[in-house]
Design a protein around this ligand. Structure first.
Ligand code: FAD
Length: 496
C-alpha cells in the first residue's frame, strides 16, 4: 500500500508515525513544501521573547531523523500542486529545482494546515509586517528585531497569538499595542473574563484598543511601515507590525480535487477523518472538527487536536478503527502572571444553543491560603434541565491548568454538576484546598439547580460560606453596568 501525506508539521507527522507503527510494509511518502518538519509552532512566541534560547529547540526532528526513525520518504521543499481523485495521483513540484513529478496513491492524507489571514493592505514588499506561523516567519521576525531593534509593536488581533506575542514582546522591551476588531479581546471567552485579561495586559503596559480595525498602513520609500491607521481614524506608530489575525484552513488542494468542505470552510471529514473521497483523508488545521457537546461542526485549529486527528487517520488507513470524539473548544494561554483557559460552552454560546443556563462565578484560593494560595476564578455554566455541566472558564495566577483539565475531563465524560463534588481529587495544602475549587463549583451549581437555592450575593453569603462561597450572577451585572458606563474593565475586587 502506498500512503501519501501532504504536510509535515503536527498532523502529517502523526499520521506517518502511527501508520508506520501499525504497518511495517506500507510505503509512506511525505511531501512538505517548507524546509522544516515536525516543529513546535506553539513555542514560537517564547522563542521570540527569549524564553527559548535556540530556535533549533523548537525543531527537534529533521528529515534525516524522521526517515531513519519511521522508515518513510520525507520530501521537504516539495509542493503538491494538484490531485487527480479519479486516477488517484498527485502532482508535485520540487521547489529547489522546479522539477515536476507524478505519484500514485492508495491512501492520501491532507495535512496542509492553515494560512494566516492576510489583510488587503499588506503587500509582499513590506519589510516589517509579519504573520506568525512558520519557522521561516520566526526567522524573519527574529532577524528584523536583531537588525532594527524595534521599540513599538502594533499587534493586529486580540486572540491567543496576540496575547502571547504581547507578553513576550513586553518582556523583550518592545511596547505592544493590540488592536482588536471585536468588542472584546479573546472572543472565545465570555466578555467579563476577557476584560480581566485586558485589565491585566494594561497593568503590564500593553495598550488594548477594542472595536478598532486597522484599515491602512503607512510605509516609507524603503517599505518600512511606521504607522497604522484604524477605521475610527486613529493612528498608531509602529516599528513592527504583527498579524495575529487568525487563520483559515488551507483547502486549495481539497477544492481543486472536488472534496466537500463543511460549513466552517474546512474539509468535511467523518469520525475516521475520511473526506468525501473514500481514499482521501484530512487531518489537523485543514480538517473540520465538531463540538462534542452539541455535535455541530466546529473549527478549532489547535496542535493538540492536529496530533490526535493525525494518529486516528494513521490508524484507520492501516486497518485500525480509531475514531475522533470531537472537541470541547478547550484552550489555555498565559499572559504575564495570569493563566486563562476555557473548555466547553461559554455562557454566551450556551444561551445561543438554547440551553436553560445556570451560571456561577466561583472565587476560591487555588490552594491553602496559609501557604499563600492565590485567588482563582472559575466561571461555570450548566444546563438547569439535565444538570449537565456545559462549560467552564478559569483565570488566576496558579492552579488554572489543572482545574481546567479536570473540568474538561468531566465534560468529556458528560458529567453532571453534582458529579464534580464526588471526584476524588488530590489534596494537600501546597496543591489545593480540602474541597477543591472544582468541587465547590459542582456543589454550588448543584444547589442552585436542584435545591433551587438561589446563587447569593456576597452580603447574603455571610455565615453560609461552606455551602456556597460563590459569587452570584451579580458579578455579571456589575460587569454589564461598568461596561455600559464605558468602563473598559472591572477588577477582581469588583467581582467580590
Ligand atoms: P500546520 O502546522 O499548518 O502544517 C501544515 C504544513 O503543510 C505546513 O508546513 C505547510 O508548509 C504544509 N503544506 C501546505 N500545503 C502544502 C502543499 N500543497 N504541499 C506540501 N506541503 C504543504 N496549538 C495548541 O494546541 N496550543 C498552543 O499553545 C498553540 N500555540 C500556537 C502558537 C502559534 C504562534 C501558532 C501560529 C499556532 C499555535 N497553535 C497552538 C496551533 C498549532 O500550531 C496548529 O494547530 C498546528 O500547527 C496545526 O498543525 P497542522 O499539521 O495541521 O498544520
Amino acid at each position: 500500500m502506498q500512503i501519501i501525506i501532504v504536510g509535515s508539521v503536527a498532523a502529517g507527522t502523526s499520521v506517518a508515525a502511527k501508520a508506520r507503527r501499525n504497518d511495517e510494509s506500507a510505503e509512506i511518502i511525505v511531501y512538505e513544501k517548507g524546509p522544516d518538519i515536525s516543529y513546535s509552532i506553539c513555542g514560537i512566541p517564547y522563542y521570540l521573547g527569549n524564553e527559548v534560547d535556540d530556535l533549533s529547540e523548537l525543531i527537534p526532528r529533521d528529515k534525516k531523523w524522521f526517515e531513519a526513525r519511521y522508515n518513510v520518504k520525507m520530501n521537504i521543499n516539495h509542493e503538491v500542486t494538484a490531485i487527480d481523485p479519479v486516477n488517484q495521483t498527485i502532482r508535485v513540484t520540487d521547489l529547489s529545482n522546479g522539477a515536476e513529478e507524478e505519484e500514485t496513491f492508495d491512501k492520501l492524507v491532507l495535512a496542509t494546515g492553515a494560512n494566516v489571514t492576510i489583510p488587503g493592505y499588506v503587500d509582499s514588499q513590506m519589510k516589517n509586517i509579519f504573520p506568525v506561523r512558520t519557522m521561516e516567519d520566526t526567522r524573519h521576525i527574529d532577524t528584523f528585531i536583531q537588525e532594527v531593534d524595534p521599540k513599538q509593536a502594533v499587534i493586529i488581533g486580540g486572540g491567543y497569538i496576540g496575547m502571547e506575542i504581547a507578553e513576550q514582546f513586553t518582556h523583550k522591551g518592545i511596547k505592544s499595542i493590540i488592536i482588536q476588531r471585536g468588542s472584546h479581546i479573546m472572543s472565545s471567552f465570555d466578555p467579563e473574563i476577557s476584560f480581566r485579561v485586558q485589565e491585566h495586559l494594561q497593568s503590564n503596559g500593553v495598550e488594548v484598543y477594542t472595536n478598532e480595525e486597522v484599515t491602512a498602513v503607512h510605509q516609507d520609500e524603503s517599505h518600512l511601515i511606521h504607522a497604522v491607521e484604524t477605521r475610527n481614524g486613529h493612528r498608531f506608530d509602529a516599528d513592527i507590525v504583527i498579524l495575529a489575525t487568525g487563520v483559515r484552513p488551507n483547502v486549495t488542494l481539497a477544492q481543486q480535487a472536488g472534496l466537500l468542505l463543511g460549513p466552517t470552510g474546512a474539509i468535511q471529514v467523518d469520525k475516521h477523518m475520511r473526506t468525501s473521497h473514500e481514499n482521501i483523508y484530512a487531518v489537523g488545521d485543514v480538517a473540520e472538527s465538531y463540538l462534542s457537546i452539541t455535535g455541530k461542526p466546529f473549527y478549532h485549529p489547535l496542535g493538540s487536536t492536529a496530533n490526535k486527528m493525525g494518529r486516528i487517520a494513521g490508524d484507520v488507513i492501516t486497518g485500525g478503527d480509531l475514531a475522533f470524539h470531537g472537541v470541547l473548544g478547550t484552550g489555555i494561554f498565559r499572559v504575564f502572571e495570569l493563566a486563562v483557559g476555557t473548555t466547553g460552552l461559554t455562557e454566551q454560546a450556551a444561551r445561543k444553543e438554547g440551553f436553560d443556563v445556570e451560571v456561577l462565578y466561583n472565587l476560591k484560593p487555588a490552594r491553602a491560603e496559609y501557604l499563600n494560595g492565590k485567588e482563582l476564578l472559575i466561571k461555570a455554566v450548566a444546563d438547569r434541565k439535565s444538570g449537565l455541566l456545559l462549560g467552564a472558564q478559569a483565570i488566576g495566577s496558579e492552579g488554572v491548568d489543572k482545574r481546567l483539565d479536570v473540568l474538561a475531563t468531566a465534560l468529556h465524560f458528560k458529567a453532571k454538576v453534582e458529579d464534580l463534588f464526588h471526584l476524588d481529587l488530590a489534596y494537600a495544602p501546597p496543591f489545593s484546598t480540602t474541597k477543591d475549587p472544582v468541587m465547590y463549583t459542582g456543589m454550588a451549581l448543584h444547589n442552585a439547580i436542584n435545591r433551587n437555592r438561589p446563587l447569593l450575593s456576597p452580603a447574603e453569603l455571610v455565615g453560609k460560606e461552606d455551602d456556597y462561597q460563590i459569587i452570584d450572577t451579580r458579578s455579571k451585572k456589575q460587569y454589564e453596568a461598568s461596561h455600559v458606563q464605558g468602563a473598559q474593565h472591572i477588577s477582581l475586587k469588583d467581582l467580590r
